[in-house]
Ligand binder design. Structure first.
Ligand code: FDA
Length: 393
């Protein structure tokens, strides 16, 4: 005899736990299954251990999806303010770091404890270390096989996230379930991920790893103004992670170094003031010294400012305005914060996350083809999509 529940949720991550709370509050008998030993492992490691749990500016424009309108309904019905109210009800101290990003003062574990407390209050049962086997559907209910026996439920919510960080148990399980039920899956790829550089470029950048600078990272018309970081493998830092989600293998990105400054005017003024100084010295007042040296050396610029031709200075200014890189690859799922693509939103109802063709089947969170920018947006999608499904499942 199989156990029976109203709702089975696979995945005790951000989206699955939020969905469980909402469904439990409606009086549904909810069971959450996860193969991991602990719930919310990605919450625990997020935001450097302090969890950037939402972004007060989160709106549909901060998300990538084949259908940019899909996320609107869920995001509008569960807002950053709604999540913040929950955080404040649990007396979790928080602060805004930058660009609307909200973090815990103390620890990401506070968010996990809050979600577990809400789940308990809503009568939700959580079963960890549970490997999921086959899923069958007879038209009215789902039968989920596990090592400990089968469970039957009228609603099945798939909240198993994407493929990023396989070391933490990310599996691509949701895509297999979608395929089993005939739902299309938008091609997946690593997002919010460091970009690699080829060995020749890395060799030419010797000395740069560890150097960070404010940039505008550009890909086509998309631009992010944040810090970039040179690493031993290539490029990282928030601006690079942001642009990586728009970039595809083999394409170029451009870096505008210190977009807040007019280097042409700075160099002209320095030249008038003291033509004997080297351009590196002038640049090093505004950007890290190692970077200033590399840019000058790379363009074969040496000697006093007064002796530099206008053409050379133009080349230097142009390099700082649009430094082009063609990364051969990203670091991939091993270090990616998110997975782009996923269950095709065309197959889902935007109000409830239900599969249009399979009554009772829901996909939420990162498993769906909705991916946020860096900065708390991905958790906001997890909360909002989990909340949406939890109101119907
Ligand atoms: P999530 O991946 O959280 O949960 C999926 C759950 O399903 C896991 O518990 C997993 O064990 C389980 N599971 C998977 N396969 C299974 C299977 N086959 N059987 C049973 N269970 C299975 N976002 C943000 O907004 N702010 C931030 O600060 C950060 N920081 C951050 C840091 C790092 C290092 C990473 C990798 C990611 C972030 N993110 C982030 C992104 C954020 O963590 C991510 O978008 C959400 O956790 C997605 O929530 P989900 O619930 O959809 O999946």
């Amino acid at each position: 005899m199989a156990e029976r529940r109203d709702v089975v949720i696979i995945g005790a991550g951000a989206a699955g736990m939020m969905c469980a709370i909402e469904a439990g509050r409606r009086g549904r008998r909810v069971l959450v299954l996860d193969h991991a030993k602990a719930p919310g492992e990605k919450i625990r490691i997020s935001g450097g251990g302090r969890c950037n749990f939402t972004n007060i500016h989160a709106g549909p424009k901060n998300f990538l999806s084949a259908n940019p309108h899909f996320a609107k309904s869920a995001l509008a019905r569960y807002t950053p303010r709604d999540f913040l109210d929950l955080v404040e009800r649990h007396r979790i101290a928080w602060h805004e770091k930058t660009l609307g990003q909200l973090f815990c003062d103390n620890s990401a574990k506070d968010i996990i404890a809050m979600l577990l407390a809400e789940m308990r209050a809503a009568g939700v049962e959580l079963r960890l270390s549970t490997a999921i086997g086959d899923i069958a559907h007879d038209g009215t209910s789902f039968r989920i096989s596990t090592e400990q026996g089968a469970i039957e439920a009228a609603s099945l919510v798939v909240a198993t996230g994407g493929k990023s960080i396989p070391k933490m148990g990310a599996t691509g399980f949701a895509y297999r379930v979608a395929e089993q039920f005939g739902l299309p899956v938008v091609e997946t790829r690593a997002g919010l991920v460091p970009l690699m550089l080829d060995p020749a470029t890395l060799a030419a950048h010797e000395g740069l790893p560890g150097v960070a600078v404010d940039v505008a990272a550009c890909h086509g018309k998309t631009e992010f103004r944040e810090a970039a970081l040179f690493t031993h493998r290539g490029l990282s830092g928030p601006a690079i992670l942001q642009i990586s989600s728009y970039w595809r293998e083999g394409e170029e990105i451009g870096l505008h170094i210190r977009p807040d400054l007019e280097f042409a005017a700075i160099i002209a003024a320095a030249r008038r003031q003291n033509g004997r100084q080297a351009v590196q010295t002038v640049l090093a007042e505004h950007i890290p010294k190692k970077l200033a040296q590399l840019v000058a050396t790379d363009l074969g610029i040496d000697g006093p400012l007064a002796e530099l031709s206008g053409k050379r200075i133009d080349a230097l200014v142009q390099r700082l305005r649009d430094w082009r890189f063609r990364p051969p690859a990203s670091e991939g799922y091993r270090t990616a914060e998110v997975t782009l693509g996923g269950v095709d939103t065309a197959a889902l109802d935007s109000r409830s996350m239900a599969a249009k063709a399979v009554p009772g089947l829901y996909f939420i969170g990162e498993a769906v083809d909705v991916t946020g920018w860096l900065g708390g947006y991905n958790f906001q999608w997890a909360w909002a999509s989990g909340h949406a499904a939890g109101q119907e499942a």
